[in-house]
Design a protein. Sequence first.
Length: 171
Amino acid sequence: MAVLAVPALETAGQPATGTKLSMVVFSGDMDKLIAAFIIATGAAAMGMEVTMFFTFWGLQAIRKPVRSGTGVFGKMLGLFLKDINGVGPSKLNMGGMGRWMFKKMMTAKGAASLPELRQTAIDLGVRLQACQMSLDIMEIKREDLIEGVEDVVGVAAFLENASQSTTTLFI
């Protein structure tokens, strides 16, 4: 079992409860998704209310390992989209060797895998939201998403939530 390092539950003697973090997850790169889930789980462990809004390539983090698409372009895109186990790093992917290498290095160091980080986020109550427009454009159906995706929403719903957040990130 991998170890997930979680920041201390207090900052300067004061718990972080009552604060909100909103995050746009646009990237589907392994390293950026790892960073997004580490930040989200750390914030949730500190008592923050966390919402992750997955859009475009970021949807790969919350997709089931299924092919998607109904039209020609959607089916072509569905061939290239991965699920969380198939995403590669933003640099040095080397035809999949980079993904394999990073997974080996993470295991050797006892770091949580990307699927484990995602599950930890779900277990800590992080709200996972999928962008309705991105799903429509990329021809991904709601049923192609994992359990744990709380909502399929438009940008207005995300912006309403983000406007009430103390921190908003774009990854």
